[in-house]
Each structure stands twice: as C-alpha cells, then as structure tokens.
Design a protein around this ligand. Structure first.
Ligand SMILES: Cc1cc2nc3c(=O)[nH]c(=O)nc-3n(C[C@H](O)[C@H](O)[C@H](O)COP(=O)(O)OP(=O)(O)OC[C@H]3O[C@@H](n4cnc5c(N)ncnc54)[C@H](O)[C@@H]3O)c2cc1C
Length: 391
C-alpha cells in the first residue's frame, strides 16, 4: 500500500522538531518527520544554545525577540526540559565597530527591546572582574539567555508526537519527487511517500536534498570549535554571555559550573563534509582561545580544561537564513535558519513555516530570506563587515 502524508519534514534537529510541533498544534493532517540518524544529532547536538537578540536586520531582531519570548514560556507551552536561563548578554566591540553597535541597538529599541549601551567602565555593574582593555563600547540585553539545544529539540519532538506527528527515526530521505514542477512525493531508503509538501530542515545536509531536484543552494558547511573549562572559583550560571569582537571569542556559563568558550569568529572556515569531519578540538585552538578568554577574564587563567567539541554550521553568502518555498518546485520549502543562529530562531521558524504551509502566507514578511534572493542579487548584509557571521 502506498504511504501518504500531507507534509514530510526532512530533519529531526531543532528546526524540524519545531516545525513538527507547530504543524501538530494546528492539527494539519498527517505529518511525518524523517530523521536518518537520531533526533538532535546534527548541528543541534553541538550548539552553544545562546539566545541573543543583537542583529543588524530588523527582521532577524524581530524573529530573535519572538523566539526569546517563546523560550521564556517554553515549559508551560511545550513541556520538557528546555533549560532556559536568562543570564543577560554583553557585546563588546573595539573602535571600528562602535557605529555598528549603536545602529543595531537603535533598531532593537525601535522594536521595543530594552538594551543598554555601556562604556567599558560601566560593564562591571553587570559582570565584575573583567579586564576591559581594548573595548571601546558595549551593549547589554538583560532579557537574553541560553537554553539546552538537545532538551529543546526533544521537547518539541515529544510534544509533536503527542499531537499526532509521526517520527520515522533511522529513515533517510533520498530525493524529492516532482510532477509538473510540483512536489508529489519523496523517496526514502525504506520506500516512497506520496506528499504535496516536503520541508527541507536537513541543516548542513540541506543542499543534498535540494540537489535531488537539480537545485544547488549557495551553502557552505563549516566547522566551529568550542571548549569547556572549569574555573578554580565557582562560576554562576547567571553570569552574562559575552561576545567579544576585540578578543574574537565568546563565552557563556555551562552546566556543572563550567564556562564554554568559543573562538569560531576567527577560525579557518574551510568547507567540510558534515558526515566526515574532525570532531576534536585542536590543541593549538585550546591554548589560543583560553589565552584570549583569560586576557578578558583573568580568573580563567587558572581554569582546568575539561573538554572540547567541534560541530558544523551551514553558511550562506549573506550570513542570513534561507526560509521559503523553492522557486523551482511548488511545495518544496526550505527551512534552514543557518549561519550559527538556527537554535535561537527555531521557535519562530517553526511558527512561520507552519503558517506558510497551512495558510499559504506568513504573519511576518520573510520574503527577504527567500531562497531566490541570491539569484535576484538582493542579499542581506551585516553592519559588522569584518565579522559578518555575527549578522
Ligand atoms: C558549535 C556550534 C555552536 C552553535 N551555537 C549556536 C548558538 O549559540 N545559538 C544559536 O542560535 N545557534 C547556534 N548554532 C547553530 C545551531 O546549532 C544550528 O543552526 C541549529 O541547531 C540547526 O538546527 P537544524 O534543525 O536546522 O539542523 P540540524 O540540527 O543539523 O538537523 C538536521 C537533521 O537532518 C537530518 N538529515 C539530514 N539529511 C537527511 C535526510 N536526507 N534524511 C533524513 N534526515 C536527514 C540530520 O541527521 C540532522 O539530524 C551553533 C552550531 C554549532 C555547530
């Protein structure tokens, strides 16, 4: 008997799970999620889980605000163990980025978000014990935080399951089937499924699915390294998250009194295979990042190295997500909130993609993120020209 579904979502990461939850809430017919490996084992498994709201583009700021608000009530709405901690977010910039910071904060305030601009000497009120040398200006978002990416993805999936969504774990999509430029089904390693809608939430593997209909999205897969250290003194889980464009590193509290430090902003981002990459942190990276972090936070000079992890992110030429229906195939919807921002945006991405499928339109205008923007030459930009990954 032919297997049929109203929607097939490819990918059981945080975005696929969020879309499944939002469609499940709308009782949108039969929904199947295909996950070739296990839930939350792709980019989501390695994510730092930072939920900040500082961006250049008002659309992304709006999406980040809505997602942060969702995280605040996640446990009541969805259940599970999202692990959201509202620890606040500090951004440090050196001289050349001062204008960008001020303009982005102005956009945030226009959207109603409380954000402070701080002189370096004022930062101690929120995060004492830092050496502020080299910082020209800072911004502080009290409402930002971090969450547990695995916990969030599993919670979305569990709730979606209870709403009737079928998760086919260990089942790989092999290619989208088209008829007269419309989706009519999807091939899998365990037989075909007839469906009018396929959602590409395959993260770093997204281009492989797109290529099955002859589309080559301008995506690169890149490697990010993060390490976890234990300071000699206890470290509060409420210490703010910091992105430091002077020291080119970021840090946040992690479970068990650890500090997670990332230095991905400067890393060699050569394209890599998401199925075959070095998941270890390189020795020189450990000493380089810890040195830069300890310059900023002297207490980290004596911290013990606990572990390191490397993960992959999907990067677009303009460092913004790809959301929308493929121009080449009606019913084939890309949902890749990539560029290292995909975790924090997952709640709103789930809502918007479910609206696109169920209503044929979205309540927020996401046309600037449409997959055809690269061909149209209407790409987005970041005010942080030297660090566009910050978007
Ligand atoms: C080190 C690191 C730190 C990060 N830090 C942050 C952060 O602080 N904040 C933030 O917002 N974002 C962060 N990100 C980015 C964020 O983690 C990702 O954007 C997000 O997790 C992407 O989720 P996803 O569901 O789109 O993709 P994924 O989690 O990669 O899920 C895609 C899934 O699709 C499955 N799949 C692929 N192809 C197929 C197929 N053909 N058939 C069936 N299944 C398939 C894969 O197995 C995978 O499970 C970070 C990423 C990394 C690597």
């Amino acid at each position: 008997m032919t297997e049929r579904a109203d929607v097939v979502i490819v990918g059981g990461g945080v975005n696929g799970a969020s879309i499944a939850y939002h469609l499940g809430r709308r009782a949108y017919g039969k929904i199947i999620v295909l996950e070739k490996n296990d839930l939350a084992t792709g980019s989501t498994a390695k994510s730092a889980g930072i939920v900040r709201q500082h961006y250049t583009n008002p659309l992304i700021i709006q999406m980040a605000i809505e997602s942060r608000q969702f995280f605040e009530t996640f446990q009541d709405e969805v259940g599970g163990h999202p692990g959201f901690v509202q620890n606040g977010f500090l951004l440090f910039v050196a001289g050349p980025e001062v204008d960008a910071l001020q303009m982005n904060v102005a956009s945030q305030r226009e959207l109603g978000l409380p954000v402070e601009i701080l002189q370096p000497e004022d930062v101690a009120a929120y995060f004492p014990g830092l050496n502020m040398e080299g910082v020209a200006l800072a911004s502080y978002e009290p409402s930002s935080g971090y969450a547990d990416p695995h916990g969030v993805a599993i919670a979305f999936a569990e709730r979606a399951r209870s709403l009737g969504v079928d998760f086919h774990i260990g089942r790989q999509a092999t290619g989208v089937r088209l008829q007269a430029e419309k989706v009519c089904g999807i091939g899998t390693d365990q037989g075909d499924i007839e469906t009018p809608v396929v959602v590409n939430a395959a993260g770093p593997w997204g281009n492989r699915l797109a290529r099955s209909i002859g589309v080559d999205l301008p995506l690169q897969v890149k490697r990010l390294q993060e390490l976890f250290v234990k300071p000699a003194e206890s470290y509060s889980k409420y210490n703010p998250t910091v992105i430091d464009l002077d020291k080119l590193m970021y840090m946040k509290p992690d479970a068990g009194g650890l500090v997670m430090i990332g230095g991905g902003i400067t890393e060699d981002h050569s394209a890599i295979d998401p199925d075959r990459y070095d998941e270890q942190v390189r020795f020189e990276t450990v000493s380089d990042i810890t040195e830069r972090a300890a310059d900023r936070m002297p207490v980290l000079a004596d911290a013990a190295y606990v572990r390191g992890v490397a993960g992959v992110i999907t990067v677009t030429p303009d460092f913004h997500p790809i959301l929308g229906e493929a121009p080449e195939a009606k019913g084939f919807i890309h949902a890749m909130s990539c560029n290292g921002h995909g975790f924090k945006l997952s709640p709103v991405v789930g809502r918007l993609i479910s609206e696109l499928i169920a209503d044929g339109q979205t309540s927020l205008d996401i046309s600037p993120l449409h997959p055809d923007r690269f061909e149209r030459g209407e790409t987005l930009s970041s005010r942080y020209a030297a660090f566009p990954i910050l978007a």
